[in-house]
Every structure is written in structure tokens, then in C-alpha cells.
Design a protein around this ligand. Structure first.
Ligand code: P6P
Length: 339
């Protein structure tokens, strides 16, 4: 049993690192704590979801045309309320809202940051009690303070991210984030409601033996992806193949497992979805920032994810993300077979 006094809490950790952002004057600290607070509230409801009538459909559809589940809506409301109340954020782009949510009150209008967020990603897994997650990116606003944030504040390339992270609501609840100086993971101690540093300085293993892709889309993949899948399945002990196939269907859960154990996650473009399925702003960019900070790589098969210039809030992108060598091998196959 680790002594309470050896545990570093998320709040202590963020405050200790505040010196890295003197210009932020504590604003980023407050933002990250606001997100952690909302995550704890969402976590409580997710854990109780099977017990209270919060499962099932709220009868509405979100911008993606997907039936919204009550927990999706609840999570969205919690993060919006926490960020609006914190007054450091002047606008949010959420997976659950077609347009940005601009905070027009005298405090938030002075906020220097904007947030892109998927409040509850993988929510189609809720009934199956599979791990789901929250994914977020934090940017400095481009417009002047003094008014609510605008769309151009959110349409920034991933290289402009000030911070990014995810919360995974799984067998334990973890918050993993980066501010560009490494990746650190915090596990929630539900008995006291405190996130404690449990995974300092997270790095991808150099190589991995896991590949994660929805092979149900095989007939819709282009030739390069099909050939890479065959490569993963070949018997070659020198390169630890055949790899192991692991796919949960929840980006945060698949990415987190691959970050810990070493593996590549692929959500390619298909003939059905020529731009892929995952959203650039609040799924691909945040996990790409974490991946790069953990020594990995994230591309759309050709372009570095974080250098893609977003044109619309909900635009999609193919995503290949994991240890650098694994992503580069995939890019080789795409280059060789897709031309
Ligand atoms: P598919 C969840 O709906 C999600 O957006 C990601 O969390 C996940 O990686 C992906 O979609 C799964 O998509 O088509 O394999 O079910």
C-alpha cells in the first residue's frame, strides 16, 4: 500500500509544472482542473448508468446523425458547464454540437483559450459496459479577448495545441494528458475523488506486436491497407509477426492499450468513407499530440495529422497512430500499393 504522502495528485502536478507556462498565469492550470472536475462527475454517472434510467436514447440525433444516448448529452452538459464556469475558455467545439458554443459572459469573454472536445467517445459501447472516453484539445484563441470565441479560434492545426488529453472510463478511470513536455497518466481514486499520478512519463514501446483495425471493413480498404494487414499476419519470428489483433471499437480504449503495450491503431479511408470516420479536431489531433509526445507518430497515411489545416469543425481524417516504426511501415505499404 503506497503511503498517501508518496502520491502526487493531478492538482499538485499541474501546479508544479505551472512554471513551464509563466504566460499562462495559472489559466491552463484552472482549465485542466475544470476538465478533471467534469470528468469525475461523468465518471460517477457512467458507473451508475446500469442502475439508473440514464441508458437508452434521449430521442435526439447529434450532428453526426447518430442517435444520442442520455450519457452523451449528460457528459456534454457537464464539460460545457465546467468550462463556462471556469471563465478561462471563451468557446468550445463539441462532437455533440453542430456549431461552436461561444461563451458570451463578461468573464469567459476574457478567456484566452478554446477547447475542442468529444465528451463521450465510443458511446455506442455504453450498453456493453466497454470502456469509453472523453478526448480534448486546448488552443489559445486567435481572436482578441473581450468577446465570445469564434469558429476561427477552433479551426487551428494540431501543432497549435497548448494541451491535449483523454479520460478513459474503464476498469479504472484515468486522465492522460500532455502540454508538450511529455505524457503523464493519472488514475482516479474514487474513494476520495482524486486523480493520482500513476503513469509518469508515458512512452510507446519502440515496437509493438498489436494492430488495431476494424477488419469488418476489409473489402472497402484500399490495396495498401489490405497488404499491410497481410504483413501483420505473416509468420516472421525475426519481426515478432504474426502480430496480435486487438480492436475494441472505442478510440480511447484502443489507443490507451496500444500506448501501454505497443501497437498501431488504424482507421483508414474506405470506399464507403473516403475521408475516414474519425474527426480531426477532437479525436485525431488530441491523440496525435499525445502520441508524438510519447515518441510515436500519427498521420493520415501521407500527412502528419497535426499539420492538417482544418476547414470545418467536424471534418474527418484517416488515422494511423502508434510507435513510429509501425506507422512508417504502414506508410510504406500505402505508398507502394496505393499509387
Ligand atoms: P467502427 C466510436 O464510435 C468511434 O468514433 C471511435 O471511438 C472508434 O475508434 C470508432 O468510432 C469505431 O468505429 O466503425 O470500427 O465501429
Amino acid at each position: 500500500m503506497v503511503s498517501r504522502f508518496k502520491i502526487k495528485t493531478l492538482t499538485e502536478f499541474i501546479i508544479e509544472r505551472q512554471y513551464e507556462y509563466p504566460h499562462a498565469k495559472g489559466a491552463l492550470t484552472r482549465l485542466l482542473n475544470d476538465i478533471a472536475t467534469a470528468a469525475k462527475i461523468v465518471n460517477r454517472e457512467i458507473n451508475a448508468a446500469g442502475l439508473v434510467d440514464i441508458l437508452g436514447y434521449k430521442g435526439k440525433k447529434n450532428i453526426q446523425g447518430e442517435a444520442q444516448k442520455k450519457l452523451d448529452v449528460f457528459a456534454n452538459e457537464q464539460f460545457i458547464a465546467a468550462l463556462k464556469g471556469g471563465a478561462e475558455c471563451c468557446a468550445i467545439a463539441s462532437e455533440e454540437n453542430e456549431k461552436i458554443i461561444s461563451f458570451e459572459n463578461e468573464f469567459s469573454e476574457m478567456g484566452k483559450y478554446v477547447i475542442a472536445i468529444d465528451p463521450l467517445d465510443g458511446s455506442s459501447n455504453i450498453e456493453a459496459n466497454v470502456s469509453i472516453g472523453t478526448i480534448f484539445s486546448i488552443y489559445r484563441r486567435k481572436t482578441e479577448v473581450g468577446e465570445g470565441g469564434k469558429v476561427i479560434d477552433l479551426l487551428q492545426p494540431g501543432v497549435n495545441q497548448v494541451a491535449a488529453g483523454y479520460v478513459i472510463y474503464g476498469s479504472s478511470t484515468m486522465l492522460v494528458y500532455t502540454t508538450g513536455k511529455g505524457v503523464n497518466g493519472f488514475t482516479l481514486d474514487p474513494s476520495v475523488g482524486i486523480f493520482c499520478l500513476s503513469h509518469p512519463k508515458m512512452m510507446f514501446p519502440d515496437k509493438g506486436i498489436i494492430y488495431s483495425i476494424n477488419e469488418g471493413n476489409y473489402i472497402y480498404f484500399d490495396e495498401g491497407v489490405k497488404q499491410y494487414i497481410k504483413y501483420c499476419q505473416e509468420d516472421d519470428k525475426k519481426t515478432s509477426r504474426p502480430y496480435t489483433s486487438r480492436y475494441i471499437g472505442s478510440l480511447v480504449a484502443d489507443f490507451h492499450r496500444n500506448l501501454i503495450r505497443g501497437g498501431i491503431f488504424l482507421y483508414p479511408a474506405t470506399s464507403k468513407a473516403p475521408s475516414g470516420k474519425l474527426r480531426l479536431l477532437y479525436e485525431c489531433n488530441p491523440v496525435a499530440f499525445i502520441a508524438e509526445q510519447a515518441g510515436g507518430k500519427a498521420s493520415d497515411g501521407i500527412t502528419r495529422i497535426m499539420e492538417k489545416e482544418p476547414e470545418t469543425l467536424h471534418q474527418r481524417s484517416p488515422l494511423f497512430i502508434g510507435p513510429k516504426l509501425m506507422v512508417e511501415k504502414t506508410e510504406e505499404f500505402l505508398k507502394k500499393y496505393n499509387n
